[in-house]
Ligand binder design. Structure first.
Ligand code: SAM
Length: 231
C-alpha cells in the first residue's frame, strides 16, 4: 500500500461497524445540507468517499457532483447512485474539464490531511476555477499541529457512546492500531495546519476564509473553514 488513496480503496476498518459508517455519513450529509443556500444550487463534494447519504444532499440542491479519486470507491458510487438523476460521479481529473464558474458550494471534508501541501494547492486552484463568483468552499476536518491522536480516539469514543457502538469502537481501535492505517500514518503521516496557516494557504489560492464556529462531523478538535473568492 503506497498512499492514502490506495488505503481508502481497500477494505479498510476506518469505520468500526456498519452503524458507525452509516451515522458518520448521515452526520456529514446533514452538515453539508446546512451550507446549501438555495434548492437549485450545484454542489461539489470533493473526495466524497462512500457518501452513503448523498441522496439527502441531492434532495436539498439542484445537482450534486460526487468526485472521488479511489477507482473502486468511485465504481460503487456510480452503481449506488445511478437511479438518482441529480447525482453525477466524477474522478478528480474530470473536474479539470468541467465548466468554470458553475459550482455554488464545494465541500472538501476530511481530505486535506491526506494530501501533500502541493496537492492541496492544486486542488484549491481547480476548485477556485469551478466556483461561481458568489460560490463558497467549505473545508472541513483540518487537523491542528498541537492536537495529537489521543483527541481522535476521544472524539471517536464520544461519538460511539452517543450512538450505541462503544464496544465496536474499542475493537475497531485495536484493529486500526495493528493495521495499514497505523503503518501509513507512521510512514506518510497526516498533514496538519494551524488556523493562521490554512487561512494563509487559502489566501494564496485567491480565497478569503474564516474559521467556522464548529467542525463538520463528530470531531470538535478539528477545524472547518468557509472560503470565497477574494475579489
Ligand atoms: C476520510 S475519507 C473522507 C471522505 C468524505 N469526504 C467524508 O467526509 O466522509 C478521505 C478521502 O480522501 C481521499 N484521498 C486520500 N488521499 C488523497 C489525495 N492524495 N488526494 C485526493 N484525495 C485523497 C480518499 O480517497 C477518501 O475519499
Amino acid at each position: 500500500m503506497d498512499d492514502w488513496i490506495d488505503y481508502y480503496d481497500s477494505t479498510h476498518t476506518i469505520y468500526v461497524s456498519k452503524l458507525h459508517r452509516d451515522v458518520h455519513f448521515e452526520e456529514i450529509a446533514r452538515d453539508i445540507v446546512g451550507y446549501i443556500s438555495s434548492p437549485d444550487a450545484t454542489v461539489l463534494d470533493y473526495a466524497c468517499g462512500e457518501a452513503l447519504s448523498a441522496a439527502q444532499v441531492a434532495d436539498a440542491c439542484g445537482k450534486l457532483i460526487l468526485a472521488e479519486p479511489a477507482p473502486g470507491v468511485r465504481g460503487r458510487l456510480i452503481a449506488r447512485f445511478a437511479p438518482n438523476t441529480k447525482i453525477r460521479v466524477r474522478s478528480l481529473d474530470d473536474l479539470r474539464k468541467m465548466e468554470e464558474n458553475s459550482v455554488d458550494l464545494a465541500v472538501m471534508n476530511s481530505v486535506a490531511q491526506y494530501m501533500t501541501p502541493a496537492e492541496l494547492d492544486t486542488a484549491f486552484a481547480v476548485i477556485g476555477k469551478l466556483l461561481k463568483p458568489s460560490g463558497k468552499l467549505v473545508l472541513g476536518d483540518i487537523l491542528q499541529p498541537d492536537v495529537g491522536m489521543a483527541k481522535d480516539v476521544a472524539a471517536l469514543l464520544r461519538f460511539a457512546a452517543s450512538h450505541g457502538f462503544i464496544k465496536d469502537a474499542l475493537w475497531g481501535l485495536a484493529r486500526t492500531a495493528m493495521s495499514d492505517y497505523r503503518q501509513l500514518r507512521a510512514k506518510i503521516g497526516l498533514q496538519r495546519y494551524s488556523e493562521a496557516e490554512m487561512i494563509a494557504k487559502l489566501k494564496a489560492a485567491g480565497l478569503t476564509a474564516t474559521r467556522a464556529p464548529r467542525n463538520i462531523g463528530h470531531n470538535p478538535w478539528r477545524m472547518t473553514f468557509v472560503a470565497r473568492h477574494a475579489f
